[in-house]
Ligand binder design. Structure first.
Ligand SMILES: NC(=O)c1ccc[n+]([C@@H]2O[C@H](COP(=O)([O-])OP(=O)(O)OC[C@H]3O[C@@H](n4cnc5c(N)ncnc54)[C@H](O)[C@@H]3O)[C@@H](O)[C@H]2O)c1
Length: 447
């Protein structure tokens, strides 16, 4: 069993070698030793941070998974792909059948020998995340988005490094909690990597660098589109309570998913925010509705949104997203400047400068790349990664678009940041579910 002392305690002088937390060894000592060997750190600074070093290439890195769906299973595989020391040691989901299914998939995969999840380390129920977090060094948080704030808070409290899928919350209160937890993570030297994966894709990094270097001049306007088809529906079983039914079909309930603008098109919004150096827009005016999602089974979310975001400095973002099967799909994002245009998704610049990313043939898949960087940060081989600010800002921009469309009101960043709308149900138990109320612009109030 792991020692669960907080890192802040562990760095204090009275800690003996034996008490030093395993996560502290594994997360910092490799890099500190490397830095010492290369003359990059004074010996006393190593002593201050890493008394009792026993890190070696044979030490395993215990990874836990919370949310055993498609992405969670995929993220566990990405972690295994890039780091031979990884063992998957604990898994949790609200539902045991999801844990069993994911565990079997991992056992049948390329790294089956490193799936070391005993029955005692398979957790279900609303407290599953607490048990997983207590038993790992790095946790993958890939459940339904609503639960992310409580999970991130717990991981940081326990001194566990975090990989957090997008979005990180479904309301502003949740975003504020994650922001505070990410600040604490910095104090505790904990890595926080976001699942906003394009930030780790080499082609996007190069394209955004060129925007920032002035290849298209000053930014005038921006546009992004996330038009896709419809998604899955898991039906209903007789023995499911209303709460289980909603969570099994989480995508269609705003309290659980944040609606598709937050759950899906956040990827495009995030690329735009990156191009805008993560400065949030000052205002949003949006519309949206349900043209195809008219049946009860589609819960309360919309199927299309159109938003105009405006920055203090005058730039405007025109964003649209929809989920209509049979209609044309389009995922693209453009930045229009005084000297040219960047097509971010296409990795291309045109105008006075003409450039297209060609790749080296050796670029890591972006889902592997985020894990490669996470482990470098964990081992101290690069500066600590804390993606907290942008994952919170991009989530909140998407919530801003949703709230403006739901209410029919133009909303400012300050209003949305301070929104008191709390989408948490009165209690987390399998029984009644939150009432389904479809938002109506003009009468739904901004809270
Ligand atoms: N970065 C990406 O490209 C990418 C791709 C796919 C999904 N995602 C994100 O990953 C998350 C999961 O998506 P998915 O496609 O894997 O969905 P999924 O439905 O396949 O998996 C979600 C899992 O979370 C479980 N769950 C629900 N409540 C839980 C709780 N309180 N604790 C633990 N588990 C709980 C569900 O039972 C389910 O097994 C979403 O936030 C989604 O946006 C990101």
């Amino acid at each position: 069993m792991a020692n669960h002392k907080k890192d802040a305690d562990l760095h204090s002088d009275e800690n003996s070698d034996q008490e030093l937390d395993r996560r502290t060894f594994m997360g910092t000592t490799g890099g500190l030793l490397a830095a010492l060997a290369s003359g990059g750190l004074a010996a006393n600074s190593v002593q201050a941070h890493a008394t009792g070093v026993h890190n070696s290439v044979d030490d395993v890195i215990r990874v836990g998974l919370v949310g055993c769906g498609g992405r969670g299973t995929g993220a566990a595989t990405n972690a295994l792909n890039v780091e031979p020391r990884v063992r998957i040691v604990a898994m949790g989901d609200l539902f045991m059948d999801r844990v069993e299914n994911s565990r079997q998939n991992l056992l049948d995969g390329d790294h089956g020998d490193r799936i070391q999840v005993s029955e005692e380390m398979m957790f279900s129920g609303f407290d599953n995340y607490e048990n997983v977090i207590k038993n790992c060094d790095v946790v993958i948080l890939a459940s339904t988005p609503h639960f992310r704030p409580q999970q991130i808070e717990k991981a940081v409290e326990e001194g566990v490094h975090v990989f957090a899928e997008k979005p990180i919350a479904t309301d502003s209160i949740g975003v504020a909690k994650v922001r505070a937890a990410c600040e604490k993570a910095k104090e505790k030297n904990l890595t926080v990597v976001s699942g906003l994966c394009y930030r780790y894709q080499k082609s996007k990094q190069e394209t955004i660098d060129r925007i920032h270097d002035g290849s298209i001049g000053d930014i005038i306007n921006l546009q992004c589109t996330y038009n896709t088809g419809e998604l899955w529906y898991n039906g209903r079983k007789d023995d499911w309570t209303d709460m289980e039914y909603q969570i099994r079909n989480w995508y269609y309930y705003n309290w659980l998913s944040g609606d598709h603008i937050t759950e899906q098109s956040i990827h495009s919004i995030d690329k735009i925010m990156w191009a805008m150096k993560d400065v949030p827009p000052k205002k949003c005016t949006a519309s949206g509705g349900r043209s195809r999602r008219t049946e009860e089974k589609w819960g309360d979310i919309y199927d299309h949104f159109n938003c105009v975001f405006e920055w203090e400095t005058g730039e405007k973002l025109f964003h649209s997203c929809r989920q209509w099967s049979g209609a044309d799909g389009n995922v693209s994002d453009f930045v229009y400047g005084t000297r040219g245009t960047a097509a971010i998704q296409a990795n291309k610049i045109s105008g006075e400068v003409n450039w297209r990313y060609k790749g080296s043939g050796e670029d890591l898949d972006m889902y592997d790349a985020e894990w490669a960087e996470l482990f470098k940060s964990f081992k101290g081989e690069r500066p600590l990664i804390n993606d907290g600010e942008y994952m919170c800002n991009s989530t909140l921009v998407s919530i801003m678009g949703r709230m403006s469309a739901y209410t029919g009101k133009s909303l400012t960043w300050e209003q949305v940041s301070g929104s008191q709308l709390d989408l948490c149900p009165p209690s987390y138990e399998f029984g009644a579910a939150p009432e389904v109320v479809i938002p109506k612009p003009g009468s739904t109030e901004f809270i």
